[in-house]
Design a protein around this ligand. Structure first.
Ligand code: PAF
Length: 279
């Protein structure tokens, strides 16, 4: 695996590949890579001849009271794992490379509507930070395909909308969530959980499955959601939301019409976990 230290190096490498006719898939990450990220790299390999992964803990998508400072950073391990997973190049830019005018002066990309609901209403500015950094990374790498996990479903939709609205050439592709044996969706934030919280965390997966099954059996969305909230509360979570939505995240019809999704965001102590399940 090659490591591009600067944007100039990255662009030179990408230009060489393109001159040979190789297409490029981008896997943007914030590092601290787990099997979910490595599955994304493997999926990216199946999309394009070349895979670039970026590791960048993006300051603009964290709120003032969020975990930007303590977000786990494991650069050496990340590089090893990416190389083992068959990644062709790693680009781990500094904040100044991504935001050359400084974070405060940075151009911001807003994706209205979709960014203000669910996680966006709990984390104001989060999706503007995500959209802003993803557009910057797309501009730097100029990938043919951008690969994102479906665990961050709302993020995936925001990025799809961004790409469509700005006529980006990149094809945005979502890939299935990778889970532990007990169903907990893999996330770098899982390591914040203590042993008791880790034992409780898979309740989210069971709640999502129950939401799916109840909805499929014709239960109204409000009743499904009330049951989900009650289960989460009884298990020790503080739920930000447990909701049934249409696949585009609009409010569901009664009875259901078309593809729906169950989504949960819930906190155990200070750790916020999100997950979802297409119905
Ligand atoms: O999903 C993530 O890890 C981040 O939100 C992303 C897409 C790398 C942007 O910083």
């Amino acid at each position: 695996m090659l490591t591009a230290d600067t944007l100039v190096d990255l662009r030179a490498l990408a230009a060489q590949w393109r001159a040979r006719g190789d297409d490029i898939a981008l896997v943007p990450t914030m590092g601290n890579l787990h099997s979910g990220h490595l599955a994304l790299v493997a999926a990216a390999r199946a999309q394009c001849r070349r895979v670039v992964a970026t590791v960048f803990v993006n300051p603009t998508q964290f709120g003032p009271n969020e975990d930007f400072q303590r977000y786990p950073r494991t650069p050496a391990e990340d590089a090893l794992r990416l190389a083992e997973a068959g990644c062709d190049a790693l680009f781990a830019p500094a904040v100044d490379d991504v935001y050359p005018l400084g974070v405060a002066q940075a151009t911001r990309i807003e994706v209205p509507g979709l960014s203000d609901i669910l996680c966006g209403s709990v984390r104001p500015g989060h999706f503007a930070g995500v959209a802003s950094v993803v557009l910057r990374l797309f501009n730097m790498v100029e990938p043919d395909v951008g690969c994102f996990g479906e665990k961050d479903y709302q993020q995936l939709l925001v990025i799809r909308r961004l790409a469509k609205d700005l006529s980006l050439r990149v094809r945005v592709v979502g890939f299935p969530t990778v889970r532990s044996e007990d169903g907990l969706a893999l996330s770098s934030r899982n390591q914040y959980l203590d042993a008791a919280q880790r034992a409780t965390a898979p309740v989210i997966w069971r709640v999502l499955q129950r939401m799916r099954d109840a909805r499929k059996a014709g239960e109204g969305a409000a009743a499904v959601e009330a049951h989900a909230y009650a289960t989460l509360l009884a298990s020790g979570f503080v739920a930000d939301y447990a909701t049934i939505r249409n696949a585009n995240l609009s409010a569901p019809s009664e009875p259901a019409a078309g593809r729906e999704i169950a989504l949960v965001a819930a906190r155990l102590g200070t750790t916020r976990l999100i997950d979802n399940l297409l119905i």
